[in-house]
Structures are given as structure tokens and as C-alpha cells.
Design a protein around this ligand. Sequence first.
Ligand code: HAM
Length: 420
Amino acid sequence: MGFARLRGFKDVAGDEARVFARVEESARNVFSSFGFEEIRVPILEEKEVFVRAMGETTDVVQKEMYEFTDRSDVRVALRPEGTAGVVRAYLENHFDKTKGLAKLFYMGPMFRGERPQAGRLRQFHQIGVETLGTASPHADAEAILCLAAFLDAAGAGGYRIKLNNLGSFEDRSQYKEALKVFFKDKTAGLCDDCKARLDKNVFRLLDCKNEGCRKIARQAPPIDGSLSPESKAHYAQVEEALKAAGAPFERDAYMVRGLDYYTKTVFEVTHPKLGAQDALGAGGRYDKLIEAFGGAPAGAVGFAVGVERLLMVLAGESAEKVLRDDTVFVATLGEKAFGPGFQLANRLRRAGVRALVDFAAKSLKSQLRSANDEQARWVLIAGEDELSRGELALKDLKNGTQETIQLSSAVETLKGKANV
Ligand code: HAM
């Protein structure tokens, strides 16, 4: 009997893998233009790293982490998100002392044992950035502008950016009391989850998808009444910088986040092409986390985009095949031609030309089909007769033309055509 994937885990191949790689490339280009550098942190960390960062009462910590005790009796967990590990690395590698401000990006798999559904996996990928060591509201604005530039470069236009101000932890504990008072005599109308949230994490009530709960929650006092002048001033500057940059956003005074580390600015990007799980990415400021990890007090802000959700948005748009000018398919005719064709493909690759060859070397027709599947613009036809004369036929699938070229100068000729 064969094996099957675990529920909520996914293979990525073919077109999807190609778009995946292209998205990563867009991220690298855009993040680099904003001055972010890559960091690769471990997938496995001490569980406490995530608990300390995300908060004891969050859903992720309470029920979604893949955790176990390893052979050295250390309680470990597969990372459910990227921020905690990056903050751990920032302090452990003394970036706070050597760099002060660190602007880092990462991409890779994350794990959450949630109930799988469209757009929600147990292993998913995030592409994210973190700016550590600054309290400047312009760092928040920069993160949001970077997120928008990345989504635009990836071809995911049509998204909405929602912004909110969650204030400081002190502002929030005041707001928590106000919410408790508000919901106290309305418990009858709440779902069972929300009844439990009332004591454990009252903010999550604002976030419930249940229609009955939503109706009640939208009557709740917004956070503004509990915000300190400092929190308000910070947030106002973020909005101002975004407006000056011409970035579209909306304020959503009831937006809260599923992780507890946020302070002041939070944001979420949704896309109409996504279903119930419509958050394409999210982030915010987390001014207390570095301190909670043992560092000197320092502000930080970042975001992460869910790659699978981004691929769902891009699906369809990438279906159209474009022929690649940089690709040569070496088609060989006859057993004797395969060896020289194979060598030629290798020489082309060493010269920087993307070259493909069909191991089965079936009919010319089937090789031309493969060339098209592989998006090759150029097909080099190596037949036994041509080879014996030191010649090859070169087909241009874009223009539908064919010419004869010399085997001895084939690599140079193709380098010119493929622009390498
Ligand atoms: P998050 O909102 O938990 O934030 O996740 C960010 C994004 O990851 C979501 O908007 C979604 O696109 C994707 N995502 C989350 N869970 C799943 C899942 N089960 N399946 C598929 N995609 C998923 C964070 O993780 C924060 N670390 C973001 C951040 C960075 N805040 C500051 N810096």
C-alpha cells in the first residue's frame, strides 16, 4: 500500500511551484530595495520561545502547536510563525548591540495544527519582514509600504489594507475592563467560544466570525476611548506617512489580532479572491517583545504574508504560458544523436543558457511538445545526418522560423539568441 500526505499538508509542484519561486524572487527584490536582509532561523525552537512571544491564552499556543519532548528532554515546538524566532536570534546574535536597527526578512514553512480548510493548512509558508530596534512610526509606515510593494510586484493587486491602533499594554488592560463591562449582560447572545473568551481573552470577541456575536461586538465601545495620548500620536503619524505616500488603507476600529505581542499599530491585508480565510497577510508593532526576551527595551514592527493564500490569489493569472527566450530544448533524432545532443546541452548550461533534453528522445513531434510544455523558445534539432555534416537545425517557436547553424559555434550562437 502506498502512502498519503498528512491532512493539512500539501505538495507543491508544476505551475504552482514555478509561481511559488517567482513570488519568492519578487519578495527578495522588493525587500532588498527597502534595505531588508535575509535571516534563516531554525524551524524547531524551545516551545517557551513561542509561548513567551505569542501569549499563553492565544489559540495558537493553547491548541495548535506541534510540540514534543525531544531526546534531550527539552520541550520543543515547530515554529507556528516567524517573529518569535527572529527576536530570539536578534538578541542571541547581539544585533541589538552591533547593529542597533536590524531590518530582516525570512521565508519558509510554519506549522499550526488548525482544522484544515480552503486557505488554511497545517504546514503553510510565510514571507515576512521584521524591523527591530526602532520606535519610529515611519518604520510602521515603511513595513506597510513594503508589504504593498511586494503584493504589487507579485501581481496580487486588488487587496485591502486595514489598520488599527491597539495601544500599549496599559491602554489595552483599560480597554479590556471596558469590554468586560459591555459584554457582561450580553452573554446570552454569544457563542460558547465567546463565553469562554470573556474571561480568557476578551479581545477575541471582537474577532468572532459568528454572525450573532459580530452584531453584538460592533456595538462595543471602540478602543479609542482607552488610548493614551502617546499611542494616539504614534498612530496618527503612521496614517499621515501612508497618506503622504499615497497608499490606500482603511481604519477598522474593531480589528484585533490573534497573537498577544502587538502594541499600537496593527494591520491586515485581505483579498476578495480569498474565501472565508481572507487574510493574505498581517502584522504590526510589538514594542514589548524584545524586552520580554531579555533585551533592553526597543521597539519593533513587521508583517508576514501567507504564501499559499497569495498563490490562490495569483491562480489563473499565471496559467498563460509565455515562451522563455533563455531556454533551449535539444531535440535528438536517432540513437547515435543522443550522446552528442546530451553533451551539447551540457555545454550550453555551462555557458549559462537554460538547456533541456529529453532522455526518452521519442519522435520529433513529441519532443516539440515537450519543448512547448517547458516554455522553450528555441529548439535545437540534432539529427544523425546533420551531425555528420557538423550542422544543427535551430527552430524559433516564437516566430515559427527555422535555420541551419554550425555545431562548432552552436554555443556562441545560442548565447547570443538567449541573451546571456
Ligand atoms: P498571522 O496573522 O498569524 O501573523 O499570520 C500571517 C499570515 O500567515 C496570515 O495572514 C495568513 O495569510 C498566513 N497564515 C496563518 N495561518 C495560516 C494557515 N493555517 N494556513 C495558511 N496560511 C496561514 C503572524 O504570523 C505574525 N508573525 C506576523 C508578524 C510579523 N507580525 C509582526 N511581524
